[in-house]
Write a protein that binds this ligand. Structure first.
Ligand code: SF4
Length: 69
């Protein structure tokens, strides 16, 4: 499973890294530091990834079976 964070949609609410502190981190402005990135989630962090996607009020976090082409 891959996680993708849409940079344009992220408004810096900070809910994602609050519920997924191992997977995601905040930057100095309160946005998720990994915005604009897409990467493969380690199996042990799939729960955090799902929680982060569920927590984002902007729908900025997508979980994808495959990496985008
Ligand atoms: S919860 Fe959503 S809007 Fe807030 S920092 Fe995370 S990705 Fe951005």
């Amino acid at each position: 499973m891959h996680i993708a964070i849409d940079e344009a949609k992220c408004m810096g609410h900070g809910r994602c890294y609050g519920v997924a502190p191992t997977l995601l981190h905040d930057d100095e402005e309160g946005f998720v530091a990994e915005r604009g990135q897409c990467w493969k989630v380690p199996d042990e962090l799939l729960g955090e990834a799902q929680d982060a996607a569920d927590a984002c009020p902007e729908g900025a976090i997508e979980l994808l079976e495959q990496a985008p082409a």
